[in-house]
Ligand binder design. Structure first.
Ligand SMILES: [Zn+2]
Length: 181
């Protein structure tokens, strides 16, 4: 009985925490993590879309928008739905960890840009990286395979890159949807 009670307490606490912070993680972590990404010497944030479109939903805008803990903009062209979304702290923490572990990278998209319909980018749970350790992502980039493996180890369940359709020039990593995403 005691064990059940403890278990009930833990589950209730977890439910309460997740309902106040939402599926995307806590605002406090979002704020701290995006601030550190913004000034990280090994992270470069694209200030334009590869599509050539200009809006306020580039990777740089998205991280700047997340530094107050709140939502970031999505693009509104082609398949991109517009509006805003919270960038999930799993995504931000993974980028931080990748950089802290020695990878330098250019983040080409977070919530912005136009992707396939229902793309996890629109839910704030995906990133695209198009340069790793100063080298463009393509078949001859010597780093992308280990980089993708590390993304999977950090919980990404949709990791695509050279060899996958539509991903010859970037690595895409996305995390599983949580409630509300
Ligand atoms: Zn992507």
């Amino acid at each position: 009985m005691q064990v059940d009670w403890n278990r009930w307490m833990v589950l209730s606490l977890a439910a309460a925490l997740s309902s106040c912070s939402g599926g995307a993680g806590s605002p406090k972590v979002r704020r701290a993590s995006s601030q550190s990404i913004l000034i990280h010497s090994r992270i470069n944030l694209a200030d334009y879309h590869v599509s050539g479109r200009h809006d306020r939903a580039t990777a740089l805008h998205n991280v700047e928008q997340a530094t107050d803990g709140g939502p970031s903009r999505r693009s509104k062209y082609q398949k991109a739905p517009g509006g805003k979304v919270l960038i999930d702290t799993r995504v931000l923490r993974a980028l931080e960890k990748l950089a802290d572990s020695g990878y330098s990278m250019r983040i080409s998209e977070l919530a912005g840009g136009s992707h396939s319909s229902r793309s996890r980018h629109y839910a704030g749970i995906a990133f695209d990286v198009d340069q790793i350790n100063g080298v463009k992502v393509n078949y001859s980039n010597p780093y992308y395979k280990a980089f993708m493996k590390k993304c999977r180890r950090m919980g990404a369940t949709e990791v695509l890159g050279p060899g996958d359709s539509g991903h010859s020039g970037h690595v895409h990593a996305a995390w599983p949807r949580r409630r509300g995403q």
